[in-house]
Design a protein around this ligand. Structure first.
Ligand SMILES: [Cu+2]
Length: 149
């Protein structure tokens, strides 16, 4: 084996270790989850928000041209939200600023992620897939308030 081939193999192996380490660090230390596609549940057509525990909520978010339902969500600081997103028409995106949430809203499917709001403030969520003429209007916001609802 040529010296340069050996070097390429060693570098490739080292990069695999670095990338695997980065994934493990994200999963363990930063608690970063990969969104899940729910297949055993019928897609919903209306938005719903309900409390499932002292600091936990379930939110069913519907995307359609060109709005999200609901367009505003009020929650207390420290809320953990089980977030389910679907679309009524075409593929949209769903991203919450300053939070590690980036989902696709797919017609006929439901995508899920859990998100915790630890800071008070307003956090925009927006469609990040170009979905037509009024794509730029497709946004809403979480209003995270101190001291409960
Ligand atoms: Cu959209």
């Amino acid at each position: 084996m040529d010296k340069s081939e050996k070097l390429a193999l060693i570098l490739s192996g080292a990069l695999l270790v670095v990338f695997f380490g980065a994934i493990m660090y994200a999963a363990m230390a930063k608690d970063i989850d990969v969104p899940t596609c729910i297949t055993g549940m019928d897609p919903f057509t209306t938005d719903t928000l309900f409390q499932t525990g002292p600091d936990s909520y379930e939110l069913q978010m519907v995307a359609r041209m060109w709005a999200f339902q609901p367009s505003t969500v009020r929650l207390p600081v420290g809320s953990t939200v089980d977030l389910y997103v679907t679309s009524q028409d075409i593929i949209h995106g769903f991203k919450i600023e300053q939070h590690n949430v980036n989902l696709m809203a797919v017609p006929g499917a439901i995508n899920y992620i859990r998100v915790t709001f630890n800071k008070p403030g307003e956090f925009l969520y927006a469609c990040h897939e170009f979905c037509g003429a009024a794509h730029h209007t497709m946004a809403g916001r979480f209003i995270i308030e101190e001291g409960g609802l």
